[in-house]
Design a protein around this ligand. Structure first.
Ligand code: GLN
Length: 314
């Protein structure tokens, strides 16, 4: 059984919904400003049961929530040694698009794969001769995880981000000059932006989260889609770096492995194989969903979901 009943979820969504008013829409990607700030939806799925509340029929772009999936696929493609020779494992107190952290590390390796610098390197390391090939492989992977064959890139959002991508472009050139990133910067940038622009629903996120929570295995046939040791790596990054420089407080208050995106997306996987997908576009000062964060904190508190809670299931 799911840990929460349908009526309870509806109540919780309605209760937390007003928190979105305190947030602000992401503006540096113009297309994101066109989302409806009032949308707030949540889907919970555990492999057998699915419940939803709020505005769950909306599609939105994954943005940084895609970073755990590009990382999983890059690890499957290249192995841990190659990936972690180019990108670190340490959390940062700096914002996700930080330039500063790159200069502090020696030899200019990005601190972790969840900040933009690290994610750009990860995308560059996906197998595939062209950006197109890398992204079509990533799309195939995400379609397998969600069981949703219609998942596509929102080219409009990608084009809008591409026009405003000088910070990510400069991160690439910086890393290229230090030999961390190899290849053509525009191609890598393009692939990364298209990855961030993959369109999903709350249900898609919940299905991905449920597989992550199920050690990377499909619930139906127990087929491994993400090897268990890689699922462990991405779950660890979700806890330590998944909410950017709010990861510590979120780990403390919610303790749910979660990756956020500036679209207002939140992708969570609980260790019992339950996935939670949340969407609410206004953001807090750290770039996380302003209503989504307190929603997950509340649901964790009410249902004892923290992976750090000794009392869970006892
Ligand atoms: N595409 C966005 C960027 O690179 C993703 C950032 C995010 O979701 N935090 O700026």
């Amino acid at each position: 059984d799911l840990f929460i009943k349908q009526e309870e979820l509806t109540k919780l969504v309605n209760k937390i919904r007003p928190a979105a008013k305190k947030g602000r829409m992401a503006s540096y990607i113009p297309a994101l400003k066109e989302s409806n700030p009032n949308d707030f939806g949540c889907v919970i799925y555990n492999g057998t049961e699915i419940i939803e509340a709020g505005d769950t029929d909306v599609l939105f772009t994954m943005q940084s929530s895609s970073k755990i999936l590009s990382l999983a696929l890059a690890l499957m493609d290249q192995g841990e040694d190659t990936i972690f020779s180019k990108v670190g494992m340490e959390p940062t107190g700096n914002p996700f698009n930080t330039v500063q952290a790159l200069e502090e590390e020696n030899p200019s390796k990005p601190l972790n794969p969840m900040i933009n610098a690290g994610a750009l390197v990860v995308t560059s390391l996906l197998a595939g001769d062209t950006g197109e090939e890398k992204i079509s492989r990533l799309l195939g992977f995400i379609r397998e995880l969600t069981g949703n064959k219609t998942i596509q890139v929102c080219e409009k959002t990608a084009a809008s981000e591409k026009k405003n991508a000088n910070l990510n472009r400069s991160l690439c050139y910086f890393m290229k000059s230090h030999g961390i990133l190899t290849g053509d910067v525009e191609t890598i940038l393009d692939a990364y932006i298209r990855q961030c622009s993959i369109l999903v629903s709350c249900e898609d996120l919940a299905r991905i989260g449920s597989i992550i929570g199920n050690n990377g295995k499909n619930h139906k046939n127990q087929k491994s889609i993400i090897p268990a040791h890689i699922t462990k790596i991405i779950t660890t990054f979700m806890i330590t770096c998944g909410m950017y420089n709010a990861s510590g407080s979120f780990a403390m208050k919610a303790g749910i492995p979660t990756k956020s995106g500036v679209s207002g997306a939140l992708l969570s996987g609980l260790k019992d194989g339950t996935g939670i997908g949340v969407y609410s576009p206004p953001l807090d000062s750290k770039g996380n969903s302003a209503a989504g964060v307190p929603f997950l904190e509340k649901i964790s508190d009410d249902y004892n979901l923290s992976i750090f809670s000794t009392y869970r299931n006892s």
